[in-house]
Design a protein. Structure first.
Length: 318
């Protein structure tokens, strides 16, 4: 069974991916020119930013597919995961595999985007270099066994960039150049950096509710705003399967609010809540006991090291 070694491998610069990112950022700069502006384009960008980032990535790719924080009807799951693919952050299979690797070896050499040595690497650097293990097809399949055989996810894995071009042509036909600039280029760049700040800034700035061995994750309020609740990253690393990343009363988690709403109307079930709760003053109340929900359920069939086994220690502010 392919797993990750502890030997530091040689990385290969990926000119194609680097060029793709440069192309998107240059296209996003057109938003500063009057000829590429319209209020309908701004509205489109804001809506798609929420739909692809909060619903697609935070809810779909992350809390549902990667950590199985809730159950969803198949049609709901497919719709949300499709929205995630429109964020153009890889297909669902590779995204899930990389994120599980991250949890298995957070901020170590076994982490695809460790923040131990720099913030540049987890923010962008790791994506423009090919890693012989992290990007190996067999390793990816191993870390995403529970979803890798899904035909719809396989389709998204192969066609997420093509789908983005199709969406761009649709926008061009309906709203002209402004819709393409704001709805594709600027939206993708803003969603990218919101996600990337979770990997970089939320491993460097902010506070911790939990002390986790060899783990730099923090709770960063401004990343939580940019990434719809994902910035409460220390909470998430302490309790990965919880659908709620905000644990204290002031830790607003917009993505979790959507999950709660879907539960109320019957579109989400078995929503996993945090194992640790806090009083209004921020101090720890109690930690749930019983079966440990901090690891993935057995039926996901991922490697045994796909989630850290260490028990995080809650920081009591009293």
């Amino acid at each position: 069974m392919p797993t990750l070694s502890r030997v530091k491998p040689k990385l290969t610069f990926n000119k194609g991916i680097a060029g793709f990112f440069i192309f998107l950022h240059l296209g996003a700069l057109l938003a500063f020119f009057p000829f590429a502006f319209s209020w309908s384009a701004v509205a489109l960008m804001l809506f798609l930013h929420w739909l692809t980032a909060s619903i697609g990535i935070c809810f779909g790719y992350h809390r549902y597919l990667t950590h199985r924080g809730m159950d969803l009807p198949k049609w709901v799951a497919n719709t949300i995961v499709f929205c995630g693919s429109l964020a153009c952050q890889n297909g669902p299979i590779k995204w899930v595999a990389h994120h599980r690797m991250h949890h298995a070896g957070s901020d170590t050499e076994r982490d695809p985007h460790s923040a131990k040595n720099s913030l540049w690497w987890p923010h962008l650097g790791w994506m423009i270099y090919e890693h012989p293990e992290f990007d190996d097809d067999k390793v990816i399949q191993n870390y995403a066994k529970d979803i890798s055989d899904n035909k719809f996810y396989q389709f998204l894995e192969k066609n997420y960039i093509k789908n983005q071009f199709i969406l761009g042509f649709i926008f061009l036909a309906i709203g002209g150049l402004p819709w393409v600039v704001w709805g594709i280029f600027l939206r993708l760049v803003l969603v990218y950096h919101g996600t990337w700040f979770v990997n970089s800034a939320a491993h460097a700035f902010g506070y911790k509710n939990f002390e986790i061995e060899n783990d730099l994750s923090t709770n960063c309020w401004w990343v939580a705003i940019l990434a719809y609740g994902e910035g409460w990253h220390n909470n998430h690393h302490a309790d990965p399967r919880s659908s709620a990343h905000g644990h204290r009363w002031w830790e607003l988690d917009i993505s979790y609010r959507m999950i709660q709403a879907m539960k109320v109307i019957g579109l989400a079930g078995k929503v996993i809540k945090p194992r640790v709760t806090h009083r209004m003053d921020g101090n720890v109340v109690a930690e749930k006991t019983g079966k440990d929900e901090n690891v993935l359920p057995e039926d996901t069939a991922v490697p045994a090291d796909a989630e850290k086994s260490e028990t995080p220690v809650a920081v009591d502010d009293s």
